[in-house]
Design a protein around this ligand. Sequence first.
Ligand SMILES: [Zn+2]
Length: 487
Amino acid sequence: MSEAIKGLAPEQLWDFFARIAAIPHGSKNETALASYLRLVAVNAGLAVRQDEVGNLCIAVPPSPGCDKAPAVVLQSHLDMVCEKNASVDFDFSKDVIRLVRDGDWIRAEGTSLGADNGIGIAAAMAVAVSNDILHGPLEILLTVDEETGLTGAVNLSPSLISGRILLNLDSEKSDHLCIGCAGGGGVSILLPLTMTDTPAQSTALALTLTGLRGGHSGLDIHENRANAVKLMARLVLALKEYGVLLADFQGGDKHNAIPRESFATVVLPAKQLPAAREIINTRYHAFSAEFAHESAMQMNCEETDLPAGVASGPSSAAALNLLVALPHGVLAMSRQMPGLVETSSNLASAHIRDNLLTVHNTPRSSLPQALYASMDQIAAVSSLAGGRYELETPYPGWHPNPDSKILTVLEKTYEEICGRKPERTATHAGLECGVIGEKYKGMDMISFGPDIINAHSPAEAVSIKSVATFWRILLGALRKIATGAYA
Ligand SMILES: [Zn+2]
């Protein structure tokens, strides 16, 4: 047993955590861990079910006298994000995570720790095998592959669990109770461009916009960071009275990131060059004033070789109008949860390749109707510009319900144990709860956990003290539900 966890309480939880850390369990490589947990459950006399994609459900009978209590699902994900520093010699497919104790923190030596979501699994398993914890009927639901697209939750068999109260143990702030998340979709737009020869007596300009902050398209969208695709399109469109034609446009990369850089090549009559340069300068200063928080923004404009062909006047206009008209940023704030973004859209990328402009958009909302409305809006703008669009199947959000009974139970439990109120939160990103809640209608859900910092990185660490508090809150809530507080 690892020295790092020696003497830590609750002992059973930490013991499970160390065993989990000793079994490789990166995303899509959860079989060995699932087999181990299955064996533990079977040895404890518990029934185990597994669905086709590998999600595991361990049924735990109620404590004596608690069989009338409603069934509770304790849910965590089996996989972890495998990250290591380049200098560290470590093979995530076979090596044991080396636990290190660092004051109040447990971390790993040179690698991610897997406290996300190993602590959640360990807590659920410790409850499952104990004989002295009061609880009603329990189902321990352990999903595969949360970290690379929620595919375990998406493919979860609709008959694997029967409980309608779900405690998701995958949160990372011990004083928060999470009660909502965003759903999301993708809309790709394909706009064919009519190409023509580059007109005689033209000049070509290479425009670059770099140094923007970018960030996560959900978690950072409320910060009104500048979108490099949007700004470049606005800049080029501002030059239209000088006869500018679009030869190339490249901006944005990942679907879930706000574009940080963009590059365009444009062609214009040589005699218009001085006037165009002046507009570019004026616009750059206007952008700097509009986005004063983008202090590293840089715009460059250089003459370059004439391209062989350019988009025609109408095609250039359609492409630029499309990019300027598409929504980007916060579209609505939540009425239930002050400060929470309810609906947003990210204009994620725009690229010209083979006479085709391809634009990707990622709208999000915790409200399904609002998500569909923003997908419709993007599709409508695409149609106005003469483009085709393709809609990705959206993944569902989790709309916050401030009247949720499980929220009341958890808030009371937290207050009794910590002597203060927890914070109600929701996140403008995807969580498994959104997907699970869509599958199992009427599921009353909440997400909580210990303090975990720097998840998904080699600096990941979990606070020992917060694990003890998290454990007390979990047991307190299970006891309350088992003794009639959830009614
Ligand atoms: Zn997680």
